[in-house]
Design a protein around this ligand. Structure first.
Ligand SMILES: [Zn+2]
Length: 328
């Protein structure tokens, strides 16, 4: 099978696994004949096999611009090869990290198990034990785009094919799609954390609360766990641990229906979703629950600080992605 077709199938498979990818998060790429095909900003990986969601960029021109710290590398739209760009979309806001990896195939996922390690204050030391069989690097948190690219350059040495992005996720790279999939599976297997069982929602109470409002119950029992798992709500409610958390859920999780928030976690009862909420909202709420169900009461976590949050929510490339996700 041609590599591009194989990549689309792998992308769709990863995109359909909520423990790897949520909504428009995560992205994949393939470099061939000087062109780097990268997932489009705002597109969902799970659609990769059925829709045209890849954008062609000039790899060499992008690398040269990156070496010069060119601000055009923030959105990367200047490097799109318009003649080949059938989708007419913009490249992912994480295009630069794919360009920096020298391997042909790169997969970046917001793997729940990886995030549960990567938000710890001692992530680098703990992961060093776990990943000693791998050629890997830990990249301290930086906002995606040029800032993350610079953080990667500071630690990337030849041979590295696994990156753990602090407070963010996982990157794996290889010369073929088959190899990258194997590597992804191996890393994820090593990083699997124990998970607390879900506590069922109080359906009667939730239905009562929704009556006469624009809210409905979250569809997945795993999403409800954000409200029914006491520890998950306690630790996840008022801190922001990774970029998509704040971009889609805001700086704190609402706990009362009167808040009018897109997602409301009613403590001990379950999660409600506003009728007009973006399709990304429930997957992002579930992701937070999935991460927090892998966190213990005394785990030392590091949240994003106010400056990091501000850099994310006021970033133009991110605003564009959010506007696209609103419509899908
Ligand atoms: Zn990411």
């Amino acid at each position: 099978m041609p590599e591009f077709s194989a990549l689309k199938i792998l992308s769709a498979r990863a995109g359909a696994d909520p423990l790897l990818v949520q909504a428009a998060g995560g992205n994949t790429s393939l470099k061939q004949n000087g062109v780097m095909w990268i997932k489009a900003s705002g597109a969902w990986l799970r659609d990769a096999a059925t829709r045209d969601i890849f954008v062609p960029v000039d790899h060499e021109v992008l690398l040269t611009a990156l070496a010069g710290n060119d601000p055009a590398c923030e959105a990367c739209t200047d490097f799109v090869l318009a003649d080949l760009n059938a989708s007419g979309l913009r490249p992912s806001i994480e295009t630069t990290l794919h360009a920096l990896m020298p391997q042909r195939v790169v997969v970046h996922v917001h793997c729940v198990n990886t995030i549960a390690w990567a938000i710890r204050g001692d992530a680098e030391q703990r992961l060093a034990e776990k990943l000693k069989a791998f050629n890997w690097a830990f990249i301290p948190y930086a906002r995606p785009g040029l800032l993350l690219a610079n953080a990667i350059v500071a630690r990337l040495i030849p041979g590295i094919d696994v990156l753990i992005l602090g407070n963010h996720g996982l990157v794996v790279a290889a010369e073929s799609v088959a190899e990258v999939e194997k590597l992804l599976n191996r890393v994820v297997e090593v990083l699997v954390k124990p998970v607390r069982a879900t506590v069922p929602p109080d359906l009667a109470a939730l239905h009562r609360l929704c009556k006469g409002t624009d809210y409905a119950l979250a569809r997945n029992i795993e999403t409800h766990a954000l409200a029914t798992d006491v520890l998950a709500l306690e630790r996840g409610k008022d801190a922001v641990f990774y970029p998509d958390h704040v971009v889609f859920l805001g700086i704190s999780v609402a706990t009362e229906i009167e808040s009018g928030a897109a997602l409301v976690a009613i403590p001990g009862k379950g999660v409600l979703i506003r009728g007009d909420a973006k399709p990304a909202i429930e997957p992002m709420g579930r992701c937070l629950a999935d991460v927090m169900r892998r966190i213990e009461a005394d785990d030392p976590l590091t949240a994003l600080d106010d400056e990091a949050i501000d850099r994310l929510v006021n970033w133009d490339a991110e605003k564009y992605r959010r506007s696209l996700t609103a419509g899908t």
